[in-house]
Write a protein of this length. Sequence first.
Length: 182
Amino acid sequence: MRRSAVLRVALAAVALLAGVVPVVRAISGALPERPLPAAITDPVLARSDYLENCGGCHGIHGLSAPAQLPELRNRVGWFMCTPGARAYLVRLPNIAHSRISDNQQLADLLNFVVFGLGGDSVPPGTQPYTAAEVTRERQFALSAASLKKERARYVEEAIRMCRAPVAMRLLFPQAAADKIRR
Ligand code: HEC
């Protein structure tokens, strides 16, 4: 079995045991990703890095509701609205302190998340992350204590400056949770 296949089986088993519906739904449902920017040097690696390092919490297709963590699918792109907000994504502890030490590889992973999962939330003309940007911003990793405040600040910026939906104030749209419970 390929490594990603093993991971999928493992995730499905964990999901079944824990009764985590979104992961199962994400595996069975066909959810196409957007075309990825050419700046991603290795799209296959970027996708498997996401599955391995992030998908367990955020869902393999970026769908995590109703778990109390932010849904990435069709939402994460709003953080590309302002320089501070895009830096925020790099400064998140799980990203800044990632065991991926190669900054181009981490930029590829972030570009996969933003452009592959972010859908229509990515503002037009958004430039992909570069290795230089990731190298710079990951030095300023946020502490767990400041996350909530920082997120609120960048969400308000995106609502004001990029017309992000006010539902971004929540970690996931209520409709996503309702759909799963039904
Ligand atoms: C242990 C679970 C967990 C893992 C693993 C994880 N995250 Fe997160 N992520 C969270 C939580 C919880 C938040 C909310 C803020 C916080 O506490 O960091 C978050 C916030 C985010 C956000 C901000 C989205 C928003 O709407 O605020 C992004 C983007 C993100 N994570 C991407 C990633 C990526 C990329 C990886 C893999 C390198 C990753 N996360 C790994 C749990 C996780």
